[in-house]
Ligand binder design. Structure first.
Ligand code: ATP
Ligand code: MG
Length: 140
């Protein structure tokens, strides 16, 4: 995975709230190109594997329940400096602390139902992309 890619998920709360189109518009307007995209519903076990790094956190079970509660939209995105620029675009984990105009400030409900995921490193972007997409889908 080159360093100009990141991985994101539009979370169940935002999909249910009908924000998918507006969020993708904001992401494209910010200069990101969609490399791969799908709509999928995870089992609680799959959500647990995706968020395994948070297994010891007190909110882990609730997070996995939320992430498997409805459909999500994983995407691989391409842009120069993708990981860092995308984290800036989505804003702080807690939407109450997110900067004005960020994706989470505009579309998130709460710190848990915070509308969108963004990878925190090139290494994790590659791992997370491979969780949802095949090699062929990642090299269109
Ligand atoms: P993400 O990994 O989804 O991009 P993040 O890197 O900003 O978010 P993490 O610390 O990795 O935040 O937490 C992963 C997810 O767990 C958050 O996006 C949020 O949905 C949930 N979460 C984080 N902190 C809390 C909390 N204190 N209470 C409830 N849920 C939380
Ligand atoms: Mg994170």
């Amino acid at each position: 995975m080159p360093t100009n890619r990141t991985f994101t998920i539009i979370k169940p709360d935002a999909v249910l709230d009908g924000f998918t189109g507006s969020m993708i518009q904001q992401i494209e307007d910010a200069g990101f190109r969609i490399v791969a995209i799908k709509k999928i519903k995870l089992s609680p076990e799959e959500a647990g594997r995706f968020y395994a790094v948070h297994a010891a956190r007190p909110f882990f079970q609730s997070l996995c329940d939320h992430m498997s509660s409805n459909h999500i939209i994983p995407m691989v995105l391409e842009k120069e400096n993708a990981v860092e620029d995308f984290r800036t675009l989505i804003g702080a984990t807690n939407p109450e602390q997110a900067a004005e105009g960020t994706v989470r400030k505009r579309f998130a409900r709460s710190i848990e139902s915070n509308a969108i995921h963004g990878s925190d490193s090139d290494e994790n972007a590659a791992i997370e992309s491979a969780f949802f997409f095949t090699d062929r889908e990642l090299n269109p």
